[in-house]
Design a protein around this ligand. Structure first.
Ligand code: DGY
Length: 318
């Protein structure tokens, strides 16, 4: 028995995934371009493997006549119509937990890079301008002892908080619900969004993208922040308003910002955000370590095969 699996990916997937799938009983059909391929018989598709962030719409799921599972490579499933999947009774699997540490590490890389002018400093050190050591150039913001505001204290946000303890930071957090164990473990204090923004020196965005978090940080929210504050987005681009961020940075409000995510992703190469010196931009590297990618590959293929076999999907989001 061979299962027909639709893989959505416009790049070659990480090698262990194709190796694991090749060792299984799956026959792969590729969706590589923006538009759905015309040469596939969707009525025989048993599973969808989502790699990257192609939209998995209800319409697509309905079109795949025998669909038993949607398996996502990654934890964030904002590109998948989860309500549609629930309504159709199709399980959606993702990869929670295994990427928390890597993504929290990268959140700190963003906060430190922006706060301590790492990227600007790197460019300066390589350029013609660096002729003499000058103790007054590129002054950053002190991390140790500062206040960190974590927006989204789920698994990843919690790990960001754990790392802040090493910097003797005071931790505020804002979340859909209060997290009593994190309050106890981290000494974190729950704050309303406005209070968190007003009081934090460093702000980390670690929430999922949902209708409630879309546009959460706009011009009003950025204006509440300290003019010396640093904000990092390791969540999803639309959690903040990119244009408002650019305006704030250009106006000299905020020390700097850093992001792992944008909308669209990637940005057009001539997008003004890419020319903004006080913004550090990465190409969505949150969970991009070899060890984490290996674990994500294993988990996502396990979810896929379980769904295809009609078994309980071990890591199920919908
Ligand atoms: C995730 O796991 O959500 C990463 O951002 C990759 O999609």
């Amino acid at each position: 028995m061979s299962w027909q699996v639709l893989i959505q990916s416009d790049v070659v997937p990480y090698e262990p995934i194709t190796r694991l799938l090749a060792a299984s009983d799956c026959c792969l059909h590729w969706w590589r371009d923006a538009e759905p391929p015309r040469d596939i018989d969707y009525s025989v598709i048993d599973g969808i493997y989502s790699y990257g962030h192609f939209p998995v719409t209800r319409e697509l799921m309905e079109r795949c006549g025998r669909l038993k599972i949607v398996s996502n490579f990654g934890v964030g499933c904002d590109h998948i119509d989860q309500n549609g999947a629930r309504a159709l009774g199709i399980p959606v699997g993702n990869t929670p937990g295994v990427l928390d540490a890597a993504t929290a590490d990268l959140t700190w890389a963003l906060l430190l890079a922006a706060g301590r002018n790492i990227v600007t400093g790197d460019h300066f050190a390589r350029g013609p301008g660096f002729q003499k050591y000058d103790a007054a150039v590129l002054l950053g913001q002190q991390v140790t002892g500062a206040t960190l505001g974590i927006i989204g204290l789920g698994r990843i946000g919690y790990q960001v908080g754990r790392r802040a303890i090493g910097f003797d930071m005071k931790i505020l957090y804002h979340n859909r619900t209060r997290n009593a164990s994190a309050e106890a473990d981290l000494g974190a204090r729950y704050a309303g969004l406005d209070e968190l923004l007003q009081q934090s020196d460093f702000v980390a965005l670690n929430c999922p993208l949902t209708p409630e978090t879309t546009g959460l940080i706009g011009a009003r929210e950025l204006a509440l922040m300290k003019p010396t504050a640093v904000i990092a987005n390791a969540a999803r681009g639309p959690v903040w308003d990119q244009e408002a961020l650019l305006t704030a940075l250009r106006a000299g409000h905020l020390h700097a910002a850093a992001t792992d995510v944008t909308y669209p992703e990637p940005l057009p190469r001539d997008h003004p955000l890419l020319a903004e010196e006080r913004l550090v931009v990465l190409p969505h590297l949150g969970s991009a370590t070899q060890q984490t990618r290996d674990a994500m590959s294993q988990m996502s293929v396990t979810n896929l095969l379980a769904g295809l076999k009609g078994q309980d999907v071990p890591y199920r989001i919908a």
